[in-house]
Structures are given as C-alpha cells and as structure tokens.
Design a protein around this ligand. Structure first.
Ligand code: C2E
Ligand code: CA
Ligand code: CA
Length: 677
C-alpha cells in the first residue's frame, strides 16, 4: 500500500498554491483561499469553490472524463499522484485550461482518504497565455483549440473569418462534423492524429479545395491534452513560390525550359548513357528585327519559333531557350549519321516567313551547330561549347545553315579565347600598337589627314589582323578599353607633334557599334580630349554601315553630340552595307569613304563605274565630303578625279605606316606627291 501524506489545516489554508480536497465520491471537502482567488481571476462559477459541490459532476459537464478516471485511480490508491489537465468553463463562454497534481492525503487518522488537488504553478503560466484572449484575437493567424476527441473549445476571430463560420455554431462540436471536407484532407487528418498520439508538433502545408487556397497548419499538443492549432492562408505565398519555380526553370517569354532546366535535361540525357546530339540553334536576325520593328515583334517571333520547336520535340526530344536568340534541342542519336537530315528538318521551320498580326510577315533565318555526345565532348559544358562553336561556323554561311562540330573548329575557338584573354590584360604590354595611313589631297599632292589602324603582335599568336581581333573585342566587350587606350596613345602623339613640328594632323579613328551605343561614349571622349588639349577639328570618327546601328537612339545621340561639338563623322566602307541611303538621312554625316571594292573595279567593270559615278554625285548633292579608299593604281585616280572625288587613301601613296615612318616622311620631310593624271 502507498504512503499517504498528512497535512495540517494551518498549512492548507495558508498555502499560496490553489488547493482543493475531494473525497472518494468527488465531493469537495475543502478549498483554500488561493483556489478561491484563482476562480475569481479566471471567472469560474462559484460551484468550483463550494464545499459539498460534486467535483466529478462539474468535471463531467466540462468534458473532462479522463481527469475523473485519473482522480479515481488516486483515490482508490491504484496510483500515487497523477497529473491531470482539466478545462474549466469560464463565465465568458471561453474555456480555461489548468493543470493539477492529485495526491492522496489524510488530514487525520479518523478521516477517510481524500485527494488533494494541487494546481501546478507552471500551468498557471501557460493557462494565462492561452486565456489572454486579447493576444489570441489580435493574432494574424487563425487559431483554435481542440480536445483529444477533436471537440472544438476555442476559436479566434481570424479563424472564424478564414473558415467562414460562427463561433457559436462550432464550439463544443466535433471538428470533423463541423468541417467534413477537411477530414478528407489526409495530410491534415493524419497530422492531427500524430500530434495527439505522439505529443509532437506537426506542420502541414495543404490545399483546401473548399476555400480554394493553400494553408500552413501547425498543431501543438497541449499539456492539458488536445491540440492548439494555428493556421495561415499562404495562397499568395504559394502562388509566388510556384511562379518562382516556374521562373527558375522555365523561360518567361516562351514557357520553354530555361538554361538551368536545360542543364538538368542534358545531365539526364548524359545519365542514360546513350549517345545524343545537341543542336544549338541561333536566330540570325533577331537583333535586326528588334531594331527595324520593335521588341514586341521580336518577342512574337521568339514565341512562334518556340512553339514550332516544342511541337517538333514532342515527348521524345527536349528543347529549351538557352538565352536571347539561342535555343537548344536535344535528341537521342546513335551517331552523326542522320544529324544533317534532322538539322534540315529544324531549318524547315524557318523556310516560310513568320506571319504576324496586321498582315505583317517576317523572314527569319537560323544557324544550327551540332555536337554529339560522347563523340565530341566528355562533359556537358564542353558539349554546349562545341555545339555553339559549330553554330558560329554555320553563321558564316549565308541564310539558314547548319554545321557539324569538328576539332578544327575548336582550334579556331581556342585561338579566339587566346585573343579574348589577352585583350583583358594591359594592352601596352601585350604588344598592342597602331599604324597610320595617310590621306592625300589629289590637287595639292599633300597630306590632309590620316587614319589610325590598330596593330597587334600577340604574345602567343604573333601578328594579328585587326579584322580578326577587332571583331573579337567587339563581341567580348573589350573594344571600349581598347579604343580608349588607342586614343590615349594617339592624343599623346598629337601633342608631341604640335610642340615639335607645330602641326596638327586630322586623325580618323574607327568606332564600332558597341562604342557608339555606349551612353558614356561622348563624355569620356571629350574628357580625354580636354585632358590632352585636343581640338575637335583634329578628330574624325569613322562608322561602318551595320545593321545593328540603324535606329539606335543612343548612337544617334552620341553622333549628334560629336557633330555639334565639331568632330567630323565619316561613313566607312560606303556602298557595301545594305542601308546606305537611310544612313545618310539618319545620321549626321560629314564624309563618305568610298569602299575599295568599287575603286578596284575602275577600268574593269562599267556597271561599277556607273554606280561609282552616281555615288559621287549623291555625296556632292548632299554636300558630303568624299574620300576613296584602297587606291592602288594611277588610272583609279584618273577616273576618280574626273568624276569629282579628289581625296585618296591607299597603297598607291602609302601602306599603313609605323608612327616613326609617318613622322619622318610627313612631318619632318613634309612629303608631297606629284599627281599628274
Ligand atoms: P578599314 O577601316 O576599312 O581600314 C582600311 C583597311 O584597308 C586597312 O586594313 C588598310 O590596311 C587597308 N588598305 C589601305 N589601303 C589599301 C589598299 O590600297 N589596298 C588594299 N587592299 N587595302 C588597303 P587593316 O589595317 O587590316 O584594317 C582592317 C580593318 O580593321 C579596318 O578596315 C577597320 O575596319 C578595322 N580596324 C583597324 N583598326 C581598327 C581600330 O582601331 N578600331 C576599329 N574599330 N577597327 C579597326
Ligand atoms: Ca576605316
Ligand atoms: Ca574602309
């Protein structure tokens, strides 16, 4: 038999912990002052403090069956002390939950056995938290309390609003009866069961069809039994997450897998250990479409291309948008045997012009590079790089074309990378310098200007043509520092000539589209001119006719500012581009440089001569200065002079000269040609 505790009455009444003594029938024998105070504080009815009240009955009415059983176990001496958790109905209609420890006691030997209910101070704390209605009501989360049988005994305002019910309709009722549709949500139901059974916290994110939104539900087991449940509408957040995933793995515009997704697809193709081909597809003229029409049109084209490729790929193959105007198409293929055939099939997508709204049709061409795994690459990165290299090779052919990767293409790529890398280093140390080619006045035979041409003795590759490295620099974005470096060198030389020979040579500098479309171009140029004391009339800017430049507002602004500042603007290689007339009307042009391909045909082709004549006539009519490039033969001068073009640049006079050669011949010796044609 268990030991019993004897208590003195003095101690009992003076105790600061709330105490209740009940007999084996559950009748309240004694309560102390602390319990009376607690009842007042929690707004419990007087019955809970009344001597002679039936504690068991009161408990039963409040749904505390388990607690009664626990108390009986103590009273029957089956157990020595138990902890009971009990909810008490407050007069406000809410429930207060309190924890008690039940201890068998004996006031004195003549008394029958009683149980002393000692309210545990720790639980007062948690009870206070729960009963702090204001806190619960101001919560932004929905909150409710259920007992272990899923009877709802508390629900806050937010919960009422979210689940669209009224408190009075659901309190005291079974949760699943009130919300039958929720029971069918298995993760939720199972989560509650688990939280109750194992007394663990459970968090579930689930979609509520009846409310058409996502909820995050957290269930915490209560010390008194049952659960405290917090829930939050996370529909918006979930939507954002879904969009984010969509954004992270799919291209916004076309809905095709994006670069990241393509990497995963590529890896999974690779993982299957079956040979496959990668088709790197580039739209040749998207930039032009964007400039000639607008971005919207470009986007429409991208979407239509994506749609066609997607239809082609079906379930079997994979297609995605890598970036900008590049698509990647993956297809299982034992070898290259039918890659060509398949490339033709892809190109067939581009055969017909794309029909846009408003009866607009646009012709798009594409270049495809094909690389094969494992034949051409060991890694996915290498495969993409090789397919891209092959694509660039295909691009050199006119119109829609394809190229299959081969290692010699890779040599070109390595070369290109070597150039690219060296361009990022100190240009002076890299062997970068320039040459000057004189421009001669056909009437006086004297020098009237010079063109600066870049030269580069590459540390590894040796002497390089500017045709090669300028293009690389332009594409790699290093043309800007390269040109500023060149200008600095030239400006220093010009100042030197000024002080040494008292002369200024008007110098022409070639500018690429990326430089001209750079927003800081003009400011940097004028700042440098100021720094070295260079006047605008000593400078000429040469621009080439390039598709990308048409209609670029930034370019136009830069050129207008140059011209307004007194810097001359010349159109290089005039006649070779496709838009020469629009160029003349679009841009502020001072000078036209007739391309050498026309000059070379003088005396050989009547048709070209006729074109040349009309070009010269056109320039004169709009008061443009003229210069002929690539003049090699005396008869060319003859023709040009007779038709009114009197300024020349070409091997007939001089090849591009080193600075020293130029300085000696034209500044020291003041060389003059005798032109008698
Ligand atoms: P470009 O601006 O048309 O320069 C003229 C090119 O024609 C030069 O080639 C020059 O050496 C060559 N040339 C001059 N006279 C004759 C001739 O009588 N016959 C023949 N057959 N050719 C002649 P280069 O120096 O190889 O430059 C090639 C191109 O590289 C230049 O063509 C220009 O577009 C570009 N380039 C050169 N330096 C620079 C630079 O610093 N910046 C930029 N953006 N481009 C440059
Ligand atoms: Ca030029
Ligand atoms: Ca030229």
């Amino acid at each position: 038999m268990k030991q019993q505790i004897n208590l003195s009455e003095e101690w009992f009444y003076a105790a600061t912990d709330p105490l209740i003594v009940i007999d084996d029938k559950g009748k309240i024998i004694q309560v102390n002052q602390a319990w009376e105070k607690a009842c007042l504080k929690y707004n419990l009815s007087k019955e809970w403090t009344g001597i002679g009240s039936d504690y068991f009955q009161l408990s039963r009415q409040s749904g505390n069956q388990n607690e009664i059983r626990a108390l009986l176990a103590v009273l029957n001496k089956e157990q020595f002390t138990v902890e009971t958790k009990q909810h008490f109905p407050a007069k406000t209609g809410d429930y207060i939950s309190l924890s008690f420890e039940a201890i068998p006691i004996n006031f004195d030997a003549s008394f029958p056995d009683y149980a002393l209910l000692l309210q545990k101070p720790t639980s007062i704390h948690s009870v206070q938290a729960i009963s702090a209605e204001s806190v619960l009501e101001s919560m932004t989360e929905g909150f409710f309390l259920i007992d272990h049988q899923f009877t709802l005994f508390y629900l806050n305002d937010v919960a009422e609003r979210i689940v669209r019910c009224r408190r009075e309709d659901v309190i005291g009722r079974n949760l699943w009866e009130s919300f039958p549709s929720a029971k069918s949500i298995r993760p939720l139901y199972e989560g509650y069961e688990l939280a109750l059974k194992d007394k663990v916290e459970v968090e579930v994110e689930t979609f509520f069809e009846s409310l058409d939104t996502w909820f995050r539900v957290k269930a915490y087991p209560l010390a008194i039994g049952g659960l405290a449940v917090y829930f939050q509408d996370i529909g918006k957040q979930k939507q954002a997450e879904i969009t984010l995933t969509q954004y992270a793995y799919f291209d916004d515009l076309t809905g095709l897998p994006n670069r990241r997704n393509l990497i995963q697809e590529g890896l999974s193709f690779k993982g299957q250990e079956k040979p496959f081909s990668m088709y790197f597809i580039n739209l040749d003229n998207l930039k032009l479409i964007n400039t000639l029409h607008d971005y919207n049109t470009g986007n429409q084209i991208l979407k239509m291309v994506a749609e066609k490729l997607r239809a082609m790929a079906g379930e079997q193959h994979k297609v995605g948008r890598r970036d900008g105007d590049n698509f990647i198409y993956l297809r299982c293929e034992p070898d290259y045997a039918n890659s060509s055939q398949f490339a033709e099939k892809i190109l067939a997508v581009f055969e017909q012009p794309f029909k846009l709204g408003n009866f607009k049709t646009i012709k798009v061409t594409a270049s495809i590079g094909i690389a094969h795994f494992p034949h051409d690459a060991e890694t996915l990165d290498q495969l993409v790089a090789n397919a891209e290299t092959a694509m660039l090779e295909a691009k050199k052919l006119k119109g829609s074309s394809y190229a299959i990767f081969n290692p010699s293409i890779n040599e070109k790529r390595t070369r290109r990378l070597l150039i690219e890398e060296e361009l990022t280093k100190d240009l002076h140390e890299s062997g970068f310098h320039f040459a000057l080619q004189p421009q001669i006045d056909g009437n006086s035979g004297q020098l009237i200007g010079a063109e600066i041409l870049s030269r580069w003795a590459h540390p590894v590759l040796g002497e390089l043509s500017p045709l090669e490295f300028i293009e690389v620099a332009e594409q790699a974005g290093t043309i800007i520092p390269l040109t500023y470096h060149l200008l600095t060198e030239v400006f220093k030389k010009m100042k030197e000539w000024e002080s040494r020979y008292g002369r200024h040579i008007k110098t022409a500098v070639n500018m690429t589209p990326s430089l001209l479309s750079c927003p800081t171009f003009f400011d940097i140029l004028t700042e440098m001119m100021e720094q070295y004391g260079i006047l605008p009339e000593w400078i000429e800017i040469e621009i080439t006719e390039q598709a990308e430049m048409t209609y670029s507002e930034q370019t136009l602004e830069n050129l207008l500012r140059c011209k307004a500042n007194g810097i001359s603007i010349a159109i290089d290689d005039f006649g070779t581009g496709f838009s020469m007339i629009s160029y003349l009307t679009q841009f502020p042009v001072n000078k036209i440089k007739i391309d050498k391909c026309f000059v070379q045909e003088i005396g050989k082709c009547r048709k070209t001569e006729a074109v040349l004549k009309s070009l010269i006539h056109l320039a004169k009519s709009i008061e443009c200065e003229l210069i002929a490039e690539g003049v090699e033969r005396p008869e060319e001068i003859d023709f040009l002079k007779n038709n009114g073009c009197t300024v020349y640049q070409g091997y007939l006079f001089d090849k591009p000269l080193t600075i020293e050669e130029f300085e000696t011949k034209y500044l020291q010796e003041n060389y003059q040609f005798s032109i008698e044609y």
